[in-house]
Write a protein that binds this ligand. Structure first.
Ligand code: GCU
Length: 354
């Protein structure tokens, strides 16, 4: 059944891509009647917070510019896995794609920073960093040369290991084949953990675990349910090694072709989409955990995070040395880490004194 589904989706994909190639040469997403079609590609299912955020994006654009644009959302990697979909956005065959920063490293190496393990000390520090839109804009512009620009970010939670066998300590990773995103920095991280890194696209992970090509993967909890990985990997260990955001990426030519008023509407639509995505995130993670535990029999365990950290912290120095471009952003994040810690220490103290 899965095989059949795959064949159908590959055929659909080829048809779409052939169609899209035509669109690229005519400069954009094509038209229906007098409306310009805007195509957005992403890798998640239709119930995922990102899809809900994109529906809000569509609604806002069409509410304000509906006489001119129609937004079409393509989920589940139908238009291709992240790398391919980014290339389609680069050439203008599609207008937007949502992809994790790990996939952007080969286009702009500043994005390597997000693959640095244990970069953020807390979820609060991660959110505070990403929500500083003015600061992030400098990073978002870094792919202009490649022909695309990030418009906003989406929370993609905290990544931890899951596998067919329990992973209680870093020693349990030795000799294991673990899938990583197609990112040089994530490969380096996995090697530092002592495992064999197996880079592949998101859509390939389920079958690879099922067929024993890999022993496990690493991701947020939604991968267990939305992507059904919990059917084939029953042990999830909270070692929390990365917080890698997803990005809404736009073809730059498309953005630059908009009038100032139109562009403002797209910018606002992007902002709203992040708001909606974030509002849905925590509840969906809690629900994914419940379903994975109760219906799929996945076991969640708390592990000694310090032991995992110890293995990979030397990577910070190494990465900074190899890519000095990330130093300034790294320092900025360290400052946020410290401020968040100070504030939370202070509020704890105040609570104790009451
Ligand atoms: C998460 C993330 C995706 C990414 C995926 C992966 O689901 O939201 O953008 O592609 O992990 O591990 O490939």
């Amino acid at each position: 059944m899965r095989r059949m589904k795959k064949v159908v989706s590959v055929v659909c994909c080829i048809c779409l891509i052939l169609g899209l190639a035509g669109c690229a040469s005519s400069g954009g997403g094509g038209t229906v009647g007098h409306k310009r079609i805007i195509r957005i590609s992403h890798a998640q299912s239709e119930s995922h917070p990102e899809h809900l955020g994109l529906l809000a994006f569509k609604e806002y654009v069409e509410e304000n510019l509906g006489d001119k644009y129609e937004v079409q959302i393509f989920p589940n990697e139908i238009l291709g896995a992240a790398q391919r979909a980014i290339e389609l956005t680069q050439t203008g065959a599609i207008d937007f794609v949502v992809a994790g920063t790990a996939n952007l490293e080969t286009f702009a190496d500043i994005y390597e920073i997000f693959s640095m393990p244990y970069l953020f000390d807390s979820v609060e520090a991660y959110h505070e960093t990403m929500m500083d839109t003015d600061y992030m804009e400098q990073i978002y512009e870094s792919t202009d040369e490649a022909g695309f620009r990030v418009m906003t970010w989406y929370n993609a939670g905290t990544r931890s290991f899951y596998a067919k066998t329990p992973i209680a300590t870093p020693e349990d990773l030795k000799g294991k084949k673990i899938r990583v995103q197609q990112s040089p920095a994530s490969v380096a991280m996995m090697q530092a953990f002592g495992a064999a890194a197996s880079p592949m696209s998101f859509g390939e992970v389920y079958t690879a675990i099922q067929q024993g090509v890999i022993d496990g993967a690493e991701n947020n909890e939604l991968a267990l349910t939305n992507n059904k990985h919990g059917e084939v990997a029953k042990y999830y260990a909270y070692n929390n090694h990365q917080m890698v955001p997803d990005m809404l990426i736009a073809n730059l030519k498309f953005l630059n072709g908009l009038s100032d008023e139109e562009r403002e509407i797209f910018v606002e639509a992007a902002r709203i989409s992040t708001e909606v995505e974030m509002e849905n995130w925590d509840d969906q993670v809690a629900e994914a955990k419940r379903v994975a535990e109760e219906d799929m029999g996945v076991e969640f365990t708390e592990v000694d995070i310090e032991a995992f950290k110890e293995k990979v912290l030397p990577l910070h120095e190494e990465m900074l040395k190899e890519n000095p471009k990330i130093q300034e952003f790294y320092d900025h994040i360290q400052e946020i880490n410290q401020n968040v810690e100070k504030t939370s220490d202070q509020s704890e103290k105040e609570a104790e004194e009451k």
